[in-house]
Design a protein around this ligand. Structure first.
Ligand SMILES: Nc1nc(=O)c2c([nH]1)NC[C@@H]1CN(c3ccc(C(=O)N[C@@H](CCC(=O)O)C(=O)O)cc3)C=[N+]21
Length: 296
């Protein structure tokens, strides 16, 4: 049994609230200017997980009135053809955001592609210049990466103060661990990053008021590592075999949820925590990008 005092942070509900806010703004833009925000979603190859994420994003766009332009390119598309497509989208005035689903096939240099996306349409916030600005004091990127932005939004919408807190980020990936660390730093937290080469991660994590788990290791963070009352945002979406499910698998986070509920002050579940917020923030970034163009 979980401690009755723990608050479960319901990302699905928060994401739904944000989606309604976005839908209202989209409808206002369309009534005032006769224009709707457009998101180009580019997927290369047939990876099942990528297809399912991309379908979720396209459905979410439809729900809030954002026009999604879909491009499904074959696995063997050349790097130069993909760059050509990106340039075409950069020049398309109906497109306010460009998302190239990652990972890309091995023969394509991801960083090269991300660098070709126009800064003004980089709704993933993965362009090296946007990441660089995220890292600089007193500077702001045009777009903040979606999952990190969703984590901060979950904390602030639950009244959790970030300023002055000890925040520990577990994982250092380009798409979550590193940018969420930079964002927490911008919010005046004291930030420590724990990774695969960290000595005694438990003792560092035990000191955290805020834990962002983004290691991609199922249930690696044990209940006993969590400081009583800590806020825990679990970004892990690990598929583990489960023969009792129709799909044959279930999703688990990086945190041992059952045990963590006994000590954490609040915690996000997986699924239904950070995942839905990622999609909501993508819609928000697309709306913001469109507003910069349409309302200028
Ligand atoms: N260019 C690019 N941008 C991305 O933002 C990006 C990407 N590539 N590649 C893959 C990762 C992964 N990602 C997720 C989005 C939503 C959920 C999500 O909504 N998850 C649901 C569950 C979904 C399910 O049931 O399968 C949840 O946690 O409740 C998870 C993961 C975005 N990514």
């Amino acid at each position: 049994m979980s401690d009755p005092k723990v608050t479960i942070i319901d990302g699905k509900t928060v994401a739904q609230t944000i989606r309604s806010e976005i839908a209202a703004e989209v409808s206002r833009l369309s009534q005032t200017y006769g224009k709707v925000p457009g998101l180009a979603v580019v997927i290369v190859g047939q990876r099942k997980d990528s297809q399912s994420y991309v379908n979720m994003k396209r459905k979410a766009c439809a729900e809030v009135g954002i026009k999604s332009l879909d491009f499904d390119l074959p696995e063997n598309v050349s790097e130069s053809d993909l760059i050509f497509k990106v340039h075409e989208l950069n020049a398309n005035p109906d497109v306010h955001g460009i998302l190239v689903q990652l990972p890309l096939p091995k023969h394509i240099n991801e960083e090269k592609i991300l660098t070709e996306i126009s800064l003004e349409k980089d709704v993933d916030g993965f362009h090296p210049l946007n990441i660089g600005k995220l890292a600089m004091k007193g500077r702001d990127p045009l777009f903040v990466p979606c999952t990190p932005k969703g984590c901060i939004e979950l904390l602030t919408r639950h009244g959790i103060t970030i300023k002055g807190k000890n925040a520990v980020v577990v994982g250092r990936s380009n798409i979550v661990g590193l940018p969420v660390s930079l964002l927490l730093l911008k919010e005046d937290a004291t930030v420590t990053i724990v990774h695969s080469r960290t000595k005694e991660p438990e003792s560092i994590i035990r000191n955290a008021d805020i834990i962002i788990a983004a290691a991609g290791q199922p249930a690696m963070i044990k209940g006993s590592w969590i400081k009583p009352g800590a806020a825990v945002i679990d970004v892990g979406t690990n598929a583990v075999d489960d023969p009792s499910k129709k799909s044959g698998y279930r999703l688990v986070g990086d945190v041992d949820f059952q045990e963590a509920c006994k000590t954490a002050g609040c915690i996000t579940p997986v699924p239904g925590g950070a995942g839905p917020m990622t999609v909501a923030m993508l819609l928000k970034n697309t709306l913001d990008g469109a507003k910069r163009v349409i309302e200028c």
